[in-house]
Design a protein around this ligand. Structure first.
Ligand code: 5GP
Length: 193
């Protein structure tokens, strides 16, 4: 088991409806030493790529993406969830269905911050059905930039997102892949990587 899998076993909580809560160390309270280790691990896994921007989506991707961007020495950009209907022409926009809240959000990134020269590493906390990632890939492509890779902290391997993204031919690195979890017993089973 790697450092993240060990932490999920120790502090993760399996909730009904295929939700894994990692609020005590990843997306409410954050363990900063763990964030540093996550940043270093993504740096190692994408060490052959010339990354110029790290891109994520608010809110829970932001903290993680900061540590990754620090390792690469590049800016971090986060897509904002926009409730406004009047989206201006200065932003790239995509529609994303939220796995946790089941609503549809517009996500936007200012055209200033992703440009055709950028080589983008997309980072997020979870991969479930892949909607968030498809939105971020769409925004990157709208800018004419390239997606160099995707780094996910926890992939839920029993949901469809991982397969969709791998079928696109993008390098997808997930630090932990959960193949099964049981809300009654609290057990989490990881995929051997
Ligand atoms: P997707 O778009 O891949 O369906 O879902 C990814 C997004 O939903 C992530 O950005 C994450 O915030 C949220 N998410 C999906 N599954 C879980 C989960 O099991 N636990 C938590 N805490 N967030 C999740």
């Amino acid at each position: 088991m790697n450092f993240l899998e060990e932490r999920i076993i120790k502090d993760g909580k399996v909730k009904p409806n295929n939700v894994l809560k990692v609020d005590s160390f990843l997306n409410h309270q954050m363990d900063i030493s763990l964030m540093e280790e996550i940043g270093r691990e993504f740096r190692r896994r994408f060490s052959d790529k010339q990354i110029t921007k790290v891109l994520t989506i608010e809110a829970s991707g932001i903290g993680i993406a900061c540590f990754v961007a620090k390792e690469f020495g590049v800016p971090m950009v986060f897509a904002k969830k926009s409730h406004s209907i009047n989206i201006d022409s200065e932003v790239y926009i995509a529609q994303v269905e939220s796995f946790t809240h089941k609503n549809i959000n517009n996500i936007v990134v200012s055209k200033q911050f992703i440009t055709a020269e950028d080589r983008v590493l997309i980072i997020d906390d979870f991969l479930a059905n892949g909607c968030a990632l498809q939105g971020l890939i769409g925004i990157t492509k709208s800018a004419g930039a390239t997606v160099e890779g995707i780094g996910i902290v926890i992939e839920k391997g029993f949901q469809i997102g991982g397969q969709i993204i791998r079928n696109l031919g993008i390098q997808l690195e997930s630090l932990a892949i959960v193949d099964a979890m049981d809300a009654e017993t609290g057990t989490v089973t990881f995929r051997e990587q």
